[in-house]
Design a protein around this ligand. Structure first.
Ligand code: CU
Length: 199
């Protein structure tokens, strides 16, 4: 049984190795932070009810933001997909707290709002020494504010985490092709945002 031996001895280990190498990067990168991310998800569970979010001063910016996926030199690259409706809490400090994101993101589905993601939004200030990072993930940016909902002059870094809806592009991708603004009255197709120089 030469062939069976070959399958056991060489082919199976080779396939296993190939599988490990080609597993989505996000799955591997999230592993060391799995417990922390699980407890973060648990602590934010209550915001599935958007009125609980509003009571805690996460305030709706109304528009459901999505991107067409175009690439323009000098501008952020957002794969085709949506971010959703950002509820921003302006009462939090400028240092990102891994357990307290300052943005919650909802997807409008029929007449409901489903919590799908969170975001940390960090302004670029004169005190910024380096690019922020959480869960070993560097933030994107710095970039201009996202008009028309955020003024251009609000130059910032940001990091998204799709805690409540799977994102085929990865947990920390900025847009989610499985999230849609369709059928929602305040759907907003945004242009990519201009990149800005960092510290
Ligand atoms: Cu941004």
């Amino acid at each position: 049984m030469q062939f069976a031996k070959f399958v056991r001895g060489a082919l199976l280990p080779m396939l296993a190795f190939l599988f490990i190498c080609t597993a989505p990067r996000s799955t591997i990168a999230e592993e060391p932070y799995k417990l922390q991310i699980d407890s973060l998800r648990k602590s934010l569970e209550k915001y599935q009810d958007y009125t609980a979010a509003v009571r805690d001063l996460y305030l709706s910016t109304v528009g459901c933001v999505h991107y067409a996926g175009e690439k323009i030199a000098g501008y952020m690259e957002y794969p085709k997909g949506a971010m959703g409706i950002h509820f921003v809490n302006p009462t939090m400090g400028d240092i990102p707290d891994p357990m307290k994101p300052n943005v919650l993101i909802y997807e409008p589905v029929k007449k409901k709002l489903n919590l799908v993601a969170v975001e940390w939004l960090v302004p670029l200030t004169a005190d910024t020494k380096k690019r922020p990072a959480l869960f070993d993930r560097p933030f994107m940016g710095p970039m201009e504010g996202h008009e028309p909902l955020i003024p251009k002059k609000y130059v910032h870094y940001d990091l998204h985490a799709w805690l409540f809806k799977n994102n085929p592009l990865g947990m920390f991708a900025p847009t989610n092709p499985d999230v849609s603004c369709e059928g929602y009255d305040f759907s907003l197709l945004e242009m990519p945002t201009k990149m800005m120089p960092g510290p």
